[in-house]
Design a binder for this molecule. Structure first.
Ligand code: PEP
Ligand code: MG
Length: 841
C-alpha cells in the first residue's frame, strides 16, 4: 500500500508523548496510565500526522485497528495543545458493522447492539458523510426498525451502502476530523481564544469501553470541586446504558453520584466502582496537582477511565483551587501565585446590581461576562473611545463585535451585542477584559443608521441614553440602577496576602474621593499615589464658590472665596487620612485649566451671571478672556500655582490642618504634596518656598509640629530630561504617563480615540500608547528621568501614577527601572499586587 503514514504510537507509561506533539489529551491520558488508572488501550497520532491526513495522505488504519485485537470498537477524540482551542467532536463506536452487530447481539443483547450500531451510523452520517442531522428523528436507539431505517436512509442519501470495513471507517473518521480542524470557522474560533495560526491537532484512537450491554453498564462524569466557586464538592452524573458524556446531556434518567434524598445514586448502585472513583480522584489531585473532571465508563461492572480534563472554571474557582492545593501542600504558594492570571482577578472585583434595587428591564440576552456597569449607550467603537477620553462611562452596543472593536471594548464600561453566544468574540474578549457583557440580545432591534435600538416592548434607546448592564444575569436595565461592591472571599484574600509577601514593589491607588479611598483600602492598596484634588471642586455648591474665586477682581475677593473652600478641602483630606490609617497619601495640587469650571453654553452663563450678581456682558468677557487655544498646554498645573499662588496656599493649609487633626485621632500622618505639570526647577523652588511658609505659619498658629514630603509630577518631557535639577528640590518624583504620553507623541489624549484604531490596525503603533505604556519612547523618558533624578538625589522616591500604573507590562518596566511604587485605579490594585508578585518570583 502506498502513501501510508505509520506515525502513531501506543500511549504507555514510557512512550514519548508530548503536549507539543500529540496534544494535551494524549499527554493527560499518559499521566493517568502512569497513575495506574484503568485507561483502555489508546493510540496517539501526532500533529504532523494529522496534518498530513488533512492534506490527503492515508493513515495505515488497518494496522491501527489490528493493534486493538480481532474485532475492536474504537473512538477517536481530538487532542489539541490547549483544550480551550476546541476541536472536532469525538466519534465513538467505529468498527460497528453488520457482522459486529450480529456478534454483539449474541453477547450483550440485541438492544445494546442496535444502539451501538445506530449511534455510529448517525455520527458517521453527520460528521463524515456530512448528511443533514435532521434526517435522524429522535427515536428509540435500541429499536431494530430504527436501525434498518437508518441504514437505508444512509444508502438513499449517499448511493452507497454503509461502509463495512472498520479500517475504512477509521480512515474516513480520521480524515474528516483532520479536515474539520483546518476549516476556516474552526481556525477563527480558536484564534479568538489565543491559538496561534499554525496550531496543530493530535488525535487519540481508543478502545471502546461500551457502556451499553450487561448490567451494570453505563457512563458518567465526576469532579470533586465546583467550577463556579472552587469549593470542595462531588459533582457529576451517571447514566446506565449510556456512553461518553450522555449523562450530562440532560437525560432525566441520569442519577446522582453520591447518596441523595432526591433519588438513586451511583454510590448505592455501584459502591465499589464509586469508591474507586473517589480514590482515583484523590490520586489525580495529588499527582497531577490539579482538579480534574473524570469521564468514566462501567462495562459489565468493569470501571474504565476514558478521559480527564482540567475542570472548566471561572476566576473565582481558579483562585480557590490554587489556594486549596497550596494549603494542602500539593503545590507551593509560589506556584499558586503563578497559576492565577492577574487580569482575571478583575472579574472577581466587579460590582453587581444591587439585588434589592428595582429593575426596569429593557431587553435580555446571554450573560457573557459577569459584573454590572452603567453608562451611556454608544453604537461604535470610535464613539466609545471618544466618550472614554472625556472620562464618561459608556456601554458599547453592536450587532456583534469584531477584532476591530477591541479598543472600543477597552474604552467601554460594558458591552451589549444583538447576536452571538457565550463563545462569540464579544463574550470572549469581554471576559478577558473583565468588562460586563451581554450577547445574543436578539429581542432588540438595532438600527445603526438611526443610532438607536428598539426594545421588545417598543421603547427606544438612543445614543447617549443611560443604561445599566447586568452581565451576571444578562439583563439590560433602564437608567442608573444602584450597584453593590464585589464580595471578596477568603481564598482571594489569602492569595493576595501571599502575593504581598513576595512582591518587591508597592502598589498604591489613584483615589480622589473618600469613596475611592475606601475601595483602595478594601483592596489593600499600600497608600494613595494620586489624589486629584480638583475633582473635589466640582461637587455641589463648591462649584459656585470656585467660580467666585475665578471671577474675583481683587486679591481680597479671591481670598474670601478661598477661605470658604478651605474647610471643605480640609474635611476631604481628614476623611482620606482617616480611611488610609497612616498609609501614605499623595495629594496633587490643583491641575486643570480654570475654564473647565466655567459654563460653556448661554443658559449656563446666564445662571452664572445671576449667581455672581454680575452683568451677563461681564461674565461673557471674563469667560472669553480665560479661554485658550490649547488649554491642555496652557494655563494649568504649576503655572496656576506660580501665577495665582493663593490656590496652592489654600490647599497646602487645608492639607496641614487636616494632618494635625487626623494625627490627633489616629496614626501620625506624613502628607505628600505633589506639584503637577512642572517643566522647570524654578517652578518647584517658587512653590516650595510658599508651601514651606504655610507650614511654618500653621505650626506657629497651632503649636503642633508635623512634617511633609514635597514631590513633583514628571509629566512633561522637559521635566523628565531635567529630572536631575528637579529632584534636588524634592523628595519624590511621580511619572504622570498620561500627560507624558500626550506630550511625547504630541498627541491629544482627548482626541486620539478618533483615529487610534486605524493607527493600530495599520501598525503605526503596536498598541494604544494611552493604554499600554510605550516602553520605547515614553519609557525612555522614564528611564532617563529616573536615572537623572536618582543621581542627583539618591533618596528620591520614584513612582508612576498614569493610567498605565496597573498594567502588568508597566509593572515589569517599573520594577526593572527601580521604581518604589506604581499607582493605579483602585479596581486594578489586586491585579497589580498579583502581577508584581509574579514578576518577583
Ligand atoms: C497623568 O498625566 O499621567 C496624570 C496622572 O494626571 P492626569 O491624568 O490627572 O492628567
Ligand atoms: Mg497629568
Amino acid at each position: 500500500k502506498q502513501d501510508v503514514f505509520a506515525d502513531y504510537r501506543e500511549i504507555t507509561e514510557t512512550a514519548e508523548i508530548s503536549v507539543k506533539m500529540h496534544g494535551g489529551r494524549a499527554k493527560c491520558l499518559q499521566r493517568l496510565i502512569r497513575l495506574g488508572l484503568p485507561v483502555p488501550k489508546t493510540l496517539a497520532l501526532s500533529f504532523p500526522t494529522v496534518h498530513a491526513i488533512a492534506e490527503g495522505h492515508l493513515a495505515d488504519t488497518e494496522r491501527m485497528m489490528a493493534a486493538f485485537g480481532e474485532v475492536p470498537l474504537v473512538s477517536v477524540r481530538p487532542s489539541s495543545e490547549d483544550p480551550d482551542w476546541g476541536g472536532p467532536g469525538a466519534i465513538l463506536n467505529i468498527g460497528m458493522n453488520d457482522a459486529r452487530h450480529a456478534f454483539l447481539a449474541e453477547t450483550i443483547g440485541e438492544r445494546a447492539a442496535n444502539a451501538l450500531y445506530l449511534r455510529f451510523i448517525q455520527a458517521y452520517a453527520i460528521h463524515v458523510a456530512r448528511l443533514d442531522p435532521d434526517m435522524f428523528e429522535a427515536e428509540d436507539l435500541t429499536d431494530a426498525a430504527a436501525l434498518r431505517r437508518a441504514l437505508s436512509d444512509y444508502e438513499d442519501e449517499t448511493d452507497e451502502t454503509f461502509p463495512q470495513d472498520p479500517a475504512r471507517q477509521l480512515s474516513e473518521v480520521l480524515r474528516s476530523m483532520a479536515r474539520a480542524w483546518e476549516g476556516t470557522t474552526a481556525r477563527l474560533l480558536r484564534q479568538a481564544r489565543g491559538a496561534p495560526a499554525d496550531a496543530g491537532l493530535g488525535l487519540v484512537v481508543q478502545e471502546m469501553a461500551l457502556g451499553l450491554g450487561q448490567p451494570e453498564s453505563g457512563s458518567g462524569v465526576i469532579q470533586f470541586v465546583d467550577g463556579k466557586t472552587g469549593e470542595k464538592l462531588i459533582k457529576g452524573r451517571y447514566l446506565s446504558q449510556s456512553q461518553s458524556r450522555d449523562a450530562l446531556a440532560g437525560q432525566k434518567e441520569a442519577i446522582f453520584l453520591t447518596r441523595d434524598p432526591r433519588g438513586p445514586s451511583l454510590e448505592e448502585l455501584c459502591p465499589e466502582q464509586f469508591a474507586a472513583l473517589l480514590e482515583y480522584g484523590a490520586r489525580c489531585r495529588t499527582r497531577l496537582r490539579e482538579e480534574m473532571q473524570i469521564e468514566f465508563t462501567i462495562d459489565s461492572g468493569a470501571l474504565s477511565i476514558i478521559d480527564a480534563v482540567r475542570i472548566p472554571r471561572n476566576s473565582r474557582a481558579e483562585v480557590r483551587i490554587a489556594v486549596d492545593l497550596a494549603k494542602d501542600g500539593i503545590i507551593s504558594r509560589e506556584e499558586a501565585l503563578m497559576r492565577v492570571e492577574p487580569r482575571s482577578l478583575s472579574e472577581l472585583l466587579h460590582r453587581q446590581v444591587d439585588p434589592d434595587a428595582p429593575r426596569d428591564t429593557l431587553v435580555e440576552g446571554i450573560a457573557a461576562s459577569p459584573g454590572a456597569a452603567r453608562g451611556v449607550v454608544v453604537f461604535s467603537s470610535a464613539a466609545a473611545q471618544a466618550r472614554a477620553a472625556q472620562g464618561e462611562a459608556c456601554v458599547l452596543v453592536r450587532r456583534e463585535t469584531t477584532p476591530d472593536d477591541i479598543r472600543g471594548m477597552h474604552a467601554a464600561s460594558a458591552v451589549l451585542t444583538e447576536r452571538g453566544g457565550v463563545t462569540s468574540h464579544a463574550a470572549v474578549i469581554a471576559r478577558g477584559l473583565g468588562v460586563p457583557c451581554i450577547v445574543g440580545a436578539s429581542g432588540m432591534t438595532l438600527s445603526r443608521k438611526a443610532n438607536q435600538f428598539t426594545c421588545p416592548d417598543g421603547r427606544i434607546v438612543r445614543e447617549g441614553d443611560m443604561v445599566t448592564v447586568d452581565g451576571s444575569s444578562g439583563a439590560v436595565l433602564a437608567g442608573e440602577t444602584p450597584l453593590v461592591e464585589a464580595g471578596l472571599d477568603d481564598a482571594f484574600q489569602t492569595l493576595l496576602g501571599w502575593a504581598d509577601e513576595v512582591r518587591d514593589i508597592k502598589v498604591r491607588a489613584n483615589a480622589d474621593t473618600p469613596a475611592d479611598a475606601r475601595t483602595a483600602e478594601r483592596f489593600k492598596a499600600d497608600g494613595i499615589g494620586l489624589c486629584r484634588t480638583e475633582h473635589m471642586f466640582f461637587e455641589g455648591d463648591r462649584l459656585t464658590v470656585m467660580r467666585e474665586m475665578i471671577f474675583a477682581d481683587h486679591t481680597q475677593d479671591r481670598q474670601a472665596a478661598l477661605d470658604q473652600l478651605l474647610p471643605m478641602q480640609r474635611a476631604d483630606f481628614i476623611a482620606l487620612f482617616e480611611i488610609m490609617q497612616g498609609r501614605p497619601v499623595c495629594i496633587r495640587l490643583f491641575d486643570p485649566p480654570l475654564h473647565e469650571f466655567l459654563p460653556n453654553d448661554r443658559e449656563g452663563l446666564r445662571e452664572l451671571a445671576e449667581a455672581l450678581d454680575l452683568p451677563l456682558s461681564d461674565v461673557n468677557r471674563r469667560v472669553e478672556a480665560l479661554s485658550e487655544f490649547n488649554p491642555m498646554l496652557g494655563m494649568r498645573g504649576v503655572r496656576l500655582g506660580v501665577t495665582i499662588p493663593e490656590i496652592y496656599e489654600m490647599q497646602a493649609r487645608a492639607i496641614f490642618e487636616a494632618t494635625i487633626e487626623a494625627s490627633r485621632k489616629g496614626d501620625p500622618v506624613v502628607p505628600e504634596i505633589m506639584i503637577p505639570l512642572v517643566s522647570a526647577k524654578r517652578e518647584v523652588e517658587l512653590v516650595k518656598t510658599r508651601i514651606d511658609a504655610v507650614a511654618a505659619a500653621v505650626r506657629t498658629e497651632t503649636g503642633v509640629d508635623f512634617t511633609y514630603r514635597l514631590g513633583v509630577m514628571v509629566e512633561t518631557p522637559r521635566a523628565a530630561l531635567r529630572a536631575g535639577d528637579i529632584a534636588a528640590h524634592c523628595s519624590f518624583l511621580s511619572f504622570g504617563t498620561n500627560d507624558l504620553t500626550q506630550m511625547t507623541y504630541g498627541l491629544s489624549r482627548d482626541d486620539a480615540g478618533r483615529f487610534m484604531s486605524q493607527y493600530v490596525q495599520q501598525e503605526v503603533f503596536p498598541e494604544d500608547p494611552f493604554h499600554i505604556l510605550d516602553a520605547e519612547g515614553v519609557g525612555e523618558l522614564l528611564t532617563i528621568g529616573s536615572e537623572r533624578g536618582r543621581a542627583a538625589n539618591p533618596q528620591v522616591t520614584l513612582s508612576i501614577c498614569g493610567e498605565h500604573g496597573g498594567n502588568p507590562e508597566s509593572i515589569a518596566f517599573c520594577r526593572t527601572a527601580g521604581f518604589h511604587y506604581v499607582s493605579c485605579s483602585p479596581f486594578r490594585v489586586p491585579v497589580a499586587r498579583l502581577s508584581a508578585a509574579q514578576y518577583a518570583l
